[in-house]
Design a binder for this molecule. Structure first.
Ligand code: SF4
Length: 264
């Protein structure tokens, strides 16, 4: 399937459109014959599971060899025809070798079942991949269950690089540093400090560096009022507003060495 993933995606899209049309027709049919409703809903549910499994499988097939058998356009269209035949309540055939019942049970057993979805952005780099964090309330605390790529994002379409895929460890790793750490000049060990201490320390060091390296005039007598002893680098986790504010602050101090990892 490797080189045909784009055509395969198109076919998957065709199937989903057909399912939506079937949904509309079924709604009208079931109003006329309520007894048909349950059987038809089950059929559409199974077909949706299958379409979803196909899309996921196609996504994986771009990076790893697929264990799924080859499928031709003709076979795929047969599957669409099977869905149409479902209007007569014929059980969905299993032409691809998937056990849709097992897939359905597995979906019901997911530990994120019933969890709250929170949309976020990976903090690691300027690509800005979209994430979904799954949380649950337990014993009055919010428990983070899982973080994964957002399949609806046009940026990453559900994918994450290894750094983004480990984003959950930012919150749950036992090695996470939860307080500022300070190493005094000449010391070989780190001490845990509170935020007041480190913010005061940063302010004192910035003032000392600025005072010591401030340039009021250049060699030609031009007024420049700049600070050459401090540089600033903004991270990708900055929002646009934070980046704007940081730039204003640094320029106000006279910094000329500024860099920002921009999101585009
Ligand atoms: S998942 Fe990877 S590529 Fe995407 S924003 Fe995070 S670090 Fe960057």
């Amino acid at each position: 399937m490797g080189g045909h993933s784009r055509q395969f995606e198109d076919l998957g899209g065709d199937l989903l459109i057909k399912l939506r049309l079937l949904d509309l027709r079924a709604a009208a049919l079931c109003r006329l014959a309520p007894a048909l409703a349950e059987g038809f809903e089950e059929l559409v549910h199974q077909a949706r599971n299958l379409a979803s499994a196909l899309r996921t499988q196609n996504c994986r097939s771009r990076t790893v060899p697929s264990p799924m058998p080859e499928i031709t356009r003709r076979e795929f269209l047969k599957l669409g025809a099977a869905g149409t035949a479902g209007m007569a309540l014929v059980p969905l055939a299993n032409p691809l070798g998937f056990d849709v019942a097992a897939a359905k049970k597995r979906a019901l057993d997911l530990r994120i079942s019933g969890a709250k979805e929170v949309h976020s952005i990976c903090p690691y780099c300027a690509v800005g991949c979209a994430l979904i964090a799954y949380t649950k309330e337990a014993n009055g605390k919010t428990q983070l269950l899982q973080i994964e790529g957002d399949p609806d994002s046009p940026v990453n379409e559900g994918r994450l690089c290894p750094k983004g895929a480990s984003a959950m460890q930012l919150a749950t790793s036992v090695r996470r540093v939860e307080a500022p750490m300070y190493r005094a000049p000449g010391s070989t060990s780190w001490e845990k400090k509170d935020w007041d201490f480190v913010l005061d320390k940063i302010a004192q060091n910035i003032k000392a560096s600025r005072d010591n390296t401030f340039v009021a005039q250049d060699a030609n007598g031009n007024v420049v009022n700049r600070t050459e002893g401090i540089a600033f680098a903004g991270g990708a986790a900055f929002s646009s507003e934070e980046g704007y504010f940081a730039t204003k602050l640094m320029r106000g101090l006279g910094l000329i060495h500024l860099e920002q990892q921009a999101r585009v």
